[in-house]
Design a protein. Structure first.
Ligand code: ADP
Ligand code: MG
Length: 308
């Protein structure tokens, strides 16, 4: 018998591939492997057409993988339903257009056997209480998206899978969505797997990210690791020219205004400081400049695929 252990990953994907339309078809996902632990907010990042929705549809059992394995709560998806509850939002959710937002949730609660008492607090949580009586037909994309999140949470899932939850939301809506997703993980201990093509979104929200590019997973790491690699150190020192001369043999340097910008791993900072001090250079400050994930993302996709 399979049992769920506390330290077991909530989601494991191994060698997952999907080709649409036979052997000569579109290779939408190729040999993707990743692991998501309990309580993590995990970002699945990639440009449009990268293969995010295809992967998510496979996780939800909506389409069949061409090859590879998916384990949810320790059980292979091919061997039956997951042992924990999964809630999901794909394609902005499917709703009856002529029913109100609240009525849609009531119908869903009935079909999946969820507690109706969860509906009002969820409507409030996603900021739809004022519009809950309106027909979904008249909803904006952002309102549908929020109703979709409420629907995903209706069965009180342990794992929440959200395909592009920020889609169609304005800046304020994105802020609210972000707060909501964080609260799911922090206050309720849920595991969240979300996809996005918005780098900034993932950077602010997620603990770890996987980057998918044209169907291929090119990185999996913590957001912090990604940002710290090849950090730029900004050094204010005098004389600046001498500082450059001392460091430039080992690290790329350029003078930018009153500072020296050095491309180096953050782990090199102590050595850099020692060398400057040994050369009797006066150092006023030495600070890492975090790259945005956007810069890291571009650097990775360009070096690993060559032609971007
Ligand atoms: N049902 C389908 N039939 C054929 N090709 C598809 C289908 N769905 C997606 N694709 C193709 O698979 C690739 C990945 O698409 P998708 O998973 O939707 O990417 P993303 O969600 O990252 O934008 C794209 O080239 C897309 O055109
Ligand atoms: Mg998609």
């Amino acid at each position: 018998m399979e049992r769920m252990r506390g330290d077991e990953p909530v989601l494991e994907i191994a060698g997952l591939s999907k080709t649409y339309g036979g052997r000569a078809g579109v290779r939408a996902v190729q040999d993707v492997s990743l692991t998501v632990g309990a309580g993590e907010v995990y970002g699945f990042l990639g440009a449009n057409g990268a293969g995010k929705s295809t992967t998510i549809r496979m996780l939800l059992g909506l389409i069949t993988p061409s090859s590879g394995a998916i384990r949810l709560f320790g059980r292979d998806l091919r061997h039956g339903q997951p042992l924990g509850k999964v809630g999901s939002l794909v394609d902005g959710g499917a709703f009856y257009p002529f029913l109100s937002g609240r009525r849609n949730l009531e119908v869903l609660a009935k079909t999946q056997g969820s507690d109706r008492g969860r509906i009002e607090p969820l409507l409030a949580q996603v900021g739809l209480e004022r519009d809950a009586r309106r027909k979904v037909k008249g909803y904006s994309t952002g309102m549908r998206q929020r109703l979709g999140v409420a629907a995903a949470l209706l069965n009180d899932p342990d794992l929440v899978i959200l395909d592009e939850p920020a889609n169609g939301l304005d800046a304020a809506g994105i802020q609210e969505m972000r707060a909501l997703i964080r609260s799911l993980a922090e206050e309720r201990g849920k595991t969240v797997f979300l996809s996005s093509h918005l780098l900034n979104e993932v950077q602010q929200l997620c603990d770890r990210v996987a980057i998918i590019d044209r169907g291929v997973l090119i990185r999996e790491s913590t957001v912090d690791e990604l940002l710290q690699e090849e950090a730029t150190l900004r050094i204010v020192a005098t004389p600046l020219e001498t500082a450059r001369a001392v460091l430039s043999a080992d690290w790329p340097c350029e003078i930018a205004g009153t500072a020296l910008r050095v491309t180096a791993a953050q782990a090199d900072a102590p050595e850099i400081l020692r060398r400057l001090v040994a050369a009797r250079i006066e150092v006023f400050s030495l600070a890492p400049q975090r790259r945005t994930l956007e810069e890291a993302f571009l650097a990775i996709t360009q070096t690993e695929t060559g032609d971007a």
